[in-house]
Design a protein around this ligand. Sequence first.
Ligand SMILES: Cc1cc2nc3c(=O)[nH]c(=O)nc-3n(C[C@H](O)[C@H](O)[C@H](O)COP(=O)(O)OP(=O)(O)OC[C@H]3O[C@@H](n4cnc5c(N)ncnc54)[C@H](O)[C@@H]3O)c2cc1C
Length: 427
Amino acid sequence: MRVIIAGSGLSGLVMGHCLLRAGIDDFVILERRPDPVERSGSVIGLFPQTFRVLDQLDLVDDIKKLSPPLHHWLHLDSRGRTIYDGEFFDCLEANHGHPSTLLMRRDLMEVLYSKLPDAERRVFPNKKVTGIEQDDSSVTVTCADGSTFKGDVLVGCDGVHSAVRRFAIEQPRGELKPPLRSEYRGLFGSCPRPDGLAPCNVTETHNTGIVFMILCTEDTAFWLITHRKDKGAPDSQKYSAEDIQALVEKYENHSVAPGAKITFGDLWRARDPVPGPGMYDYHEGVAKRWYNGRVVIVGDAAHKMTPNLGQGGNNSIEDVASLINQLNALVKEKPSPTTAELEGAFARFQKEREARVKFIAGMTGRYTRWTSWRNWPSWFMQYWVWPLLGDRFIVNRLLSPMIRESIKLDFVEEKHLPAGKVAWKYR
Ligand SMILES: Cc1cc2nc3c(=O)[nH]c(=O)nc-3n(C[C@H](O)[C@H](O)[C@H](O)COP(=O)(O)OP(=O)(O)OC[C@H]3O[C@@H](n4cnc5c(N)ncnc54)[C@H](O)[C@@H]3O)c2cc1C
């Protein structure tokens, strides 16, 4: 079976590794960027369930080496006073064995790329997918440079504005309206970690309509400033340097650290120039249908959630595991499956993932609204109820039941499975 993957982002590269584990080594990855590896200045948090899949792919040691585990998640008010200081990540690790870590995104992508056997031969940069045609026996992808690639299956790992979703699922099925809305926008950037913000911790400062999340590695402080958009603002906007400056000027004196010792302006003035800060809409939405014929989508192409709980990438990897389990079972039985058989496998994949993804996307959307005090019930929830419940309760009752049900590859051994208090559903 020949598989074409669109996009060499997180799910595209993990897909490549998983295909090899399933013995499917005839695949190509088409990437629109000139560089096969995404080298953004952003960070990504990985949760314990993702380490299970990375372990099955023999990547866990390389990735754990990149950064020490996260510990606390500290919540502050606008005067730098502690609302509560939770042992969020320590509780997660105690429950599930594996840690949660914060990685430079480019380091993670470099490991995924460099450890993919024959990556130079399989990953094609400068290949923007611009057209897709399929018949009963194959699918053909056309790229912007006129090149074409023919395969048995196309997997769209091409992110939130997925061309694969548009050309191969929405348009042929007459579902033209994109399923994405956005009520929030985020300003992202980084600077050297200042002394007043502890390494390997997350610090959130809350206020009405805004939350400043500062995620610190040993050396670097990454900021994710979530801001509620004006009522009636369009769902998709491009933000100029002036738009960013306007937000910075409004909030530059806002405290972002314990004791109000550091303001957002301090971080802004120390900002790393490359790649520099950026502002984006937080799209939210789950596509109605994730497959059509020989084409299937995973990751952000299928579901987009707010980044405040760090679930989008972890769920993209879980999608890949679920889809590969289905494909592996199918091709072991039928090496050249028909379109109907492939659709059956894709339908089982969507069924396995959709309700869970909707639940998680809903949870992270609510978290975004609570923590940026959207209205007084959100403020009440975040300021009074959460501290009263405490992280132990929140992790044990809300997150761990979700994490324990995560899907891993069902045909590959795990080499390291550290003991935790909560039993995994899939052993
Ligand atoms: C600031 C921020 C912080 C985040 N933090 C976390 C976190 O801590 N934890 C977490 O789990 N998630 C996090 N996320 C979400 C996570 O980054 C995404 O969910 C994840 O990257 C999705 O992976 P993907 O492979 O589906 O899409 P992407 O990573 O977006 O990859 C898509 C790839 O497809 C390529 N592409 C696009 N169109 C085409 C085309 N037409 N032809 C060919 N190639 C194409 C793109 O260039 C890209 O390489 C965060 C997101 C943001 C914005």
